[in-house]
Design a protein around this ligand. Structure first.
Ligand code: PMP
Length: 405
């Protein structure tokens, strides 16, 4: 059993009062708060270790380079990668998917080729593929879900043809909480000769991930959703794929030589990391992963599952409330609508009581269209949330309903 008060004490922001009320932060799927271990690690970096990396022989540059590369090794270990050079630092999930679409996609997708996505994708796993498909004359096929928010596996498999080149699927849906059966999807994609990318934006902080066990080809995640700093994330891909892919951006560090007659590329992972990287971010992310490993992802998942179950049971008593996303395999996310109330109004009334939830389309407009909704309200849980906070949230929800319906 985790000691949640001890965990909360490590997050300075959780002591805030907002609107004169103690903050109840339930917008963790959008971004998580940061423990002191991460904040202090970043401060230490700037106080004792900061210099540009890979470029100088001086002491500080060597220290900063070493720390950044140690961070890469930690990310690789966290993801179960066999080789840290398979980990590319990115700005986050969005850049990771753009990198794959822009580099692998440009080189491998042609006119008439097919890309499979699902109805529950985040815009960052839709738009890069739309840009690619428009450029190449490729087609996007969309796998449907049922009313509970679960992917329909037979329909998914029926979309494949010999033209299918890649599947890109969210591992854990930010709008529904659905955990997709990643290994099954990988097996289906590979059986049909297609590659598969898993969008791990939401999954890494709730489900232990092992890319080798999953068998996927690409995996992306963002640091800020797993207690780390913003502006950093990682793409993992199998070495053979990365070796064969052209650079994504040009600039310093990604080259081995530059001549007017042409340039040659650096080895992995630097080929994909043009320009001064986000050293502070990489080091902060490593501190966050160390923190998460210290608490234990299994413990985190068990605590969040308990809160989700408690909240799901409690909101059943709120009249006119419909849950959006009732998958059997689900984590951390409680999306809902209240008949007769706009989600934004629910969010505003909850905010007046210090309860921070998300309202809107959650960057999943096609999914909202699928449910015939403009928006939902969404509470999402992290390890530092408490039973008492769930109670406050449900109480505030009853109050909002009385005001709005
Ligand atoms: N995919 C999913 C499922 C997400 O929840 C998010 C963030 N809301 C993203 C991708 C994009 O992540 P980022 O904005 O950190 O690049």
């Amino acid at each position: 059993m985790l000691n949640i008060s001890q965990i909360r004490a490590q997050f300075p922001i959780l002591d805030l009062e907002v609107r004169g009320k103690p903050l109840v932060y339930l917008d963790n799927a959008a971004t998580t708060q940061k423990p002191r271990a991460v904040l202090e690690r970043i401060q230490k970096y700037y106080e004792c270790e900061n210099a540009n990396i890979h470029r100088a022989v001086h002491f500080l540059s060597e220290v900063a380079t070493r720390r950044t590369e140690e961070a890469r090794v930690r990310v690789a270990r966290f993801l179960g990668a066999r080789d840290s050079h398979e980990v590319i630092f990115t700005r986050g999930c969005t850049e990771g998917i753009n990198l794959v679409a822009g580099s692998w996609g440009r080189a491998n997708i042609g006119a008439g080729d097919e890309i499979i996505l699902t109805e529950m994708e985040h815009h960052s796993n839709i738009v890069p593929w739309q840009i690619l498909a428009a450029e190449k004359g490729a087609t996007i096929k969309v796998a449907p879900i049922n009313d509970d928010g679960e992917l329909l596996l037979d329909e998914f498999e029926a979309l494949f043809s010999e033209k299918t080149k890649i599947v890109s699927v969210v591992h854990l849906s930010n709008s529904l909480g659905t955990i997709n059966p990643a290994k099954t999807l990988v097996e289906i994609a590979h059986r049909h000769g297609a590659l598969i990318l898993l969008d791990g934006a939401q999954s890494v902080s709730h489900i232990p991930v092992d890319v080798q066990d999953l068998g996927c080809d690409f995996f992306v995640f963002s640091s800020h959703k797993i207690y780390g700093p913003t502006g950093i994330g990682a793409l993992w891909a199998r070495r053979e794929l990365l070796e064969a892919m052209p650079p994504y951006q040009g600039g310093g560090d990604m080259i081995s030589s530059v001549k007017w007659s042409g340039s040659t590329w650096n080895e992995l992972p630097y080929k994909f990391e043009a320009g001064t990287p986000n050293m502070e971010g990489a080091i902060g992310l490593a501190a966050a992963l160390e923190w998460v490993e210290g608490v234990g992802l299994d413990n985190i998942a068990a605590h969040e599952a308990h809160l989700l179950e408690m909240a799901t049971d409690a909101v059943r008593d709120v009249p006119d409330l419909t849950l959006i996303g009732r998958a059997k395999e689900k984590a951390s996310v409680l999306s809902f609508v209240l008949k007769g109330a706009h989600p934004n109004d629910i969010g505003t009334l909850l905010d007046a009581r210090g309860v921070a939830i998300r309202t809107g389309h959650h960057c999943t407009q096609p999914l909202m269209d699928r449910f015939g909704l403009p928006a939902t309200a969404r509470a999402s849980f992290a390890v530092y949330n408490t039973e008492e906070e769930v109670e406050k949230f449900v109480e505030a929800l009853h109050f909002a309903r009385e005001m709005l319906v």
